[in-house]
Design a protein around this ligand. Structure first.
Ligand code: B12
Ligand code: SF4
Ligand code: SF4
Length: 350
């Protein structure tokens, strides 16, 4: 029997932008996404998602997480629950979700010099929201050239969606004990994004295995004991939450303030110890050889983040703050939020 996309495919293949050698829409989308700089791509058909037991468990877990107050002051996590659990409703007529991952790992081992002013690696370069959304939009433009009339909506942390369980359904990795999505060879230092499409596509196989095994390194290293149990994070105890998500006037509880260990924006401790992040991110080729990925320069550190000068950071004025952190995630904290973090971190580490 011919697939519902058979006639679409015949037209799509004739378009000059159709990737060479691609024999299906799914393959063409993946090739095009790779060419746009994404490092991993998977597809979920909405029809398969609605009844998937993994997805149903993720929904229940999310509600349990909220009911225990693990979202701390992130009230926005309690809104649009219906859409978070049914992300296909964000765009009417959505039939498939293309999930993408892009690594933000810097190729050098330790490019950030200061142990006193540590910025989480996700925030070293350009804000990922813009980068990912722009590229997903380009991908959508291509799909619309191949399949006129198809609608789509790029997302990355910009609309309510349970991105990690969704990516797991698309086969991009498993949720580790530190709750992050991990891929066996890419590690966990990547961002996630999604493209909702009104185009029917075939699902990839969900990622079914958990590779954490008996390891507990992330749980053991967390300086503030933010994991009440493996795979569950209590934001009330997470440095990343306190340094990124709280209002600038919020004073950190003493047991958080005393354990910042130099983190002034975000925290990477539970990723840095993970065995899956000890090698440069790579992907396996057809012969199962590990090929290093091409790192994304947009996420390389700005010089003042790479080698932070404590005096300069402590005496930042508004103009320099805006220049330094324009289109960078630290902009979110604002100058006063960043200063609060620096004062708290430096007074607790001396
Ligand atoms: C809110 C949020 C935060 C909060 C809360 C984090 C959290 N783990 O929930 C804070 C501010 C702390 C945070 C921190 C970070 N974040 Co954040 N964050 C988000 C956001 C917006 C929502 C996550 C969410 O839905 N949480 C709700 C909980 C319920 O979901 P969950 O963690 O998947 O919870 C599962 C488990 O708790 C489990 N569960 C619940 N109960 C039980 C019980 C048992 C027995 C078991 C086994 C499991 C279980 O099931 C739940 C559902 O799958 C996402 C973007 C998005 N829209 O998804 C980014 C996102 C998760 N963050 C991201 C990043 C990069 C970070 C940081 C690394 C940044 C940094 N360096 O500081 C840290 C990592 C901290 C950590 N270990 O998680 C990336 C992660 C990419 C990846 N590889 O996974 C995302 C996906 C953003 C993106 N688009 O790329 N983040
Ligand atoms: S980000 Fe830091 S504080 Fe938060 S859970 Fe991981 S190690 Fe703990
Ligand atoms: S450190 Fe160990 S337990 Fe934690 S996520 Fe990585 S493999 Fe899993």
């Amino acid at each position: 029997m011919l697939s519902p996309n058979h006639s679409l495919l015949a037209t799509a293949k004739n378009h000059p932008t159709w990737p060479q050698g691609a024999s299906s829409l799914e393959e063409a989308i993946k090739q095009a996404a790779m060419a746009l700089g994404f490092h991993n791509i998977g597809i979920v058909a909405v029809a398969d998602m609605e009844t998937n037991p993994q997805w149903q468990t993720a929904q229940e877990n999310y509600q349990a997480w909220l009911s225990q107050g693990f979202h701390a002051g992130m009230e926005w996590m309690t809104r649009y629950t219906e859409l978070r659990l049914k992300p296909w409703q964000i765009l009417e007529g959505t039939q498939s979700i293309v999930c993408v991952a892009i690594s933000y790992k810097h190729p050098s081992d330790d490019p950030q010099a200061s142990p006193e002013l540590k910025v989480a690696e996700y925030a070293w370069g350009k804000d990922y929201h813009r980068i990912i959304r722009k590229r997903l939009q380009k991908l959508l433009d291509l799909i619309q050239q191949w399949c006129p009339g198809i609608e789509g909506r790029p997302l990355t942390d910009s609309a309510p969606a349970l991105e990690k369980p969704l990516a797991q359904l698309a086969g991009l990795g498993w949720q580790g004990k530190n709750t992050l999505l991990i891929h066996p060879t890419l590690g966990s230092t990547f961002f996630l994004g999604e493209l909702l499409l009104t185009l029917p596509l075939q699902s990839d196989a969900p990622f079914a295995t958990d590779h954490c095994g008996n390891c507990t390194q992330c749980l053991d290293v967390c300086p503030t004991q933010a994991f009440p149990q493996p795979g569950v994070l209590d934001s009330n105890r997470c440095i990343s939450y306190w340094t990124i998500e709280t209002d600038p006037e919020t004073v950190f509880p003493t047991d958080i303030a005393d354990n910042l260990n130099g983190w002034v924006f975000g925290c990477d401790s539970c990723q840095q110890v993970c065995p899956f992040n000890q090698r440069p991110p790579g992907l396996l080729n057809k012969d199962s050889q590990r090929i290093p990925i091409i790192p994304e320069p947009a996420f390389f550190p700005r010089p003042w983040i790479q080698s932070p000068d404590a005096t300069q950071w402590q005496t930042l004025d508004e103009t320099t703050f805006n220049r330094w952190f324009q289109a960078n995630p630290i902009q979110r904290a604002g100058l006063t939020g960043l200063q609060r973090n620096i004062v708290t971190a430096t007074s607790s580490t001396v």
